[in-house]
Design a protein around this ligand. Structure first.
Ligand code: NPW
Ligand code: ADP
Ligand code: K
Length: 505
């Protein structure tokens, strides 16, 4: 499922029309019909529906939807909330069809006209503005949106909730608060960004018949369950532990043994053949009790944190992860430096190692094997010297720019996790829930990602599938035995069993 900006959507529209001869009026009819068919699954014929219609093409969709629903026997009051003179182009064409079909169009002269209808409406459908919104809402739409947001009715938006920008990075806006949004043709970036996504409510993308083969790729896609299903590792009957990869996990401290222990266990549960944990000597017994299947590389330490020579041999491993529970002392700086320079296999850098990495970002370009960074927005903000708010508001552009600049894979974690390859192509994983917002979930994710990389020929596929397994496990656990409040990172590790059993079958 592609994710587009407003400009990319307009380009698609243009390409569709030029390459196939499909015209805007037909696309609008298709859009309105597609949304109407979805609405039929949601509405009852006796429900009172109010349709709010604007002047641009979003309003044009509104005319088609109102006509289609009225034709099919629904109880719809269609309101044009802008002056007649503003309705132009394809929207005007569909307004004329609506009028000629013989239906009543209510016009907004004063906001008071709307109040009574609003009060009796059970459903409000917003087809006022879509991707063409510019700046803050102006009257009369501004007042209509304010009024609509006060109503008890179920609120549905067409394409975008009016006022919400289609792109990331715009924070000053006022908008219709939808309970559900029927998105036209392609998911818009703002549906996935924290400060705008809540305005959409739940959503569904409606196909309008654009010629998919002709459309330029925005290089931004939602990773789907079927994609992971197709590429999850299969175990050959003749395989042995070496066939599934030898992993090295570096980090931990005597006062923080849990993080690295969970990463190691998650890697084993996700199919890694052998896992070695490199950690301060005094942390080994605690970690070993929890992960009996791992072997250990005890590191020199001082007061429980890594200190002393860190230039151990890493040539025997098929993948390395570093940073979980390691602390941020000076020695860990040397350690990260050593690994970045000498690991000749995929290297995943997480947590405390990301802080050390900041001083040696320039070295990343010289790596010839994949480097994977798994920051949450706070860690990423530190790496790129920006406030966290800037990252959260524009996660797609910051992570794309960073991955291309340093030649790395970036897994920017959050409710929508964005996975960017060194060439800038992006996938979004939408699985998971707020039960994951708890210390340790990221450590589990690192272990899963490392194991998936050992078992896959494609780093991108391994990362996407790993994020999805992590999120689906949280979803499954919430459905079955847990709540979002009590869910623990260790539950996720145990839950992987069920996810692999059901998901890979
Ligand atoms: N892409 C596709 O394949 C297809 C797309 N389709 C649909 O087209 C939609 C995009 O249509 P669009 O380009 O006409 O823009 P749209 O969102 O209707 O807004 C323009 C209007 O808004 C007004 N306006 C702007 N800012 C404002 C503000 N702050 N406050 C108040 N008013 C403001 C602006 O007024 P003006 O500034 O010109 O005075 C103008 O009247 C898209 O979202 C989808 O629904 C489908 O029909 C079929 C195929
Ligand atoms: N509200 C949420 N919805 C979905 N996933 C979430 C949510 N909050 C956190 N996550 C996921 O949980 C993990 C948290 O990672 P991180 O912040 O590194 O945790 P920690 O360092 O404490 O282990 C990430 O995979 C993130 O995508
Ligand atoms: K809308």
């Amino acid at each position: 499922m592609d994710v587009v900006t407003a400009q990319e959507m307009y380009e698609w529209d243009q390409v569709a029309m030029e390459s196939t001869g499909l015209d805007g009026k037909l696309l609008m009819e298709n859009a309105g019909r597609a949304v109407s068919s979805e609405l039929e699954k949601k509405l009852d014929k006796h429900q009172r529906v109010m349709m709010l219609i604007g002047a641009g093409n979003n309003g044009g969709d509104g005319f088609v939807i109102a006509r289609t629903l009225l034709n099919r026997g629904y109880s719809v009051e269609a309101w044009q909330v802008v002056p007649d003179s503003k309705v132009k182009g394809d929207a005007r064409h569909h307004k004329e069809i609506f009028m000629k079909t013989g239906y009543t169009l209510y016009k907004l002269e004063e906001n008071d006209d709307l109040r009574e209808s609003f009060e009796s409406a059970e459903v409000i459908i917003d087809a006022m503005l879509g991707i063409g919104v510019k700046g803050h809402l102006r009257g009369p739409i501004k007042q209509v949106v304010e009024l609509a947001n006060e109503q008890k009715a179920f609120r549905i938006a067409v394409d975008l909730p009016t006022g919400v920008p289609a792109d990331e990075g715009i924070v000053e806006f006022d908008a219709f608060k939808a309970d559900y949004t029927y998105i036209i043709a392609a998911l818009k970036v703002s549906a996935l960004v924290e400060h705008t996504r809540l305005y959409y409510g739940e959503w569904k993308v409606c196909d309008i018949g654009l010629p998919v083969r002709k459309l330029p790729s925005p290089n931004r896609k939602v990773w789907q369950r079927e994609d992971s299903k197709r590429i999850l590792p299969k175990r050959d009957a003749n395989s042995h532990k070496g066939s599934h990869g030898k992993a090295l996990i570096v980090g931990g401290a005597a006062h923080m043994p849990g993080s690295i222990a969970m990463s190691a266990k998650a890697a084993l549960r996700s199919g890694a053949g052998l896992v070695t944990v490199a950690t301060p000597k005094s942390a080994v017994p605690t970690i070993a009790t929890y992960v009996q299947e791992a072997t250990f590389l005890p590191l020199a330490e001082e007061e429980g944190v890594i200190k002393g020579p860190v230039d151990f041999d890493v040539s025997a491993y098929d993948g390395v992860a570093v940073g979980m529970g390691m602390g941020r002392g000076r020695e860990s700086n040397n350690l990260v430096n050593h690994l970045v320079s000498s690991v000749k296999s995929p290297l995943l850098i997480d947590a405390d190692a990301l802080y050390q990495l900041k001083n040696i970002l320039g070295l990343l370009r010289s790596r010839t094997y994949p480097t994977i960074l798994t920051p949450h927005p706070g860690e990423f903000a530190h790496l790129v010297d920006q406030p966290i708010s800037a990252i959260v508001q524009s996660p797609f552009s910051y992570s794309r720019e960073f991955s291309k600049k340093y030649g790395v894979y970036t897994v920017l974690k959050g409710p929508a996790t964005i996975i960017t390859a060194p060439n800038g192509s992006q996938f979004v994983d939408l699985t998971g829930n707020a039960g994951l917002a708890k210390g340790g979930s990221g450590d589990v994710l690192s272990g899963i990602l490392l194991a998936m990389m050992l078992q896959s020929g494609s780093t991108t596929h391994a990362l996407n599938s790993g994020c999805m397994l992590h999120g689906l496990t949280a979803e499954m656990l919430i459905e079955d035995d847990h709540s979002m409040v009590d869910l623990l990172a260790t539950d996720l590790i145990e839950g992987l069993t069920q996810t692999f059993r059901t998901f890979s079958s």
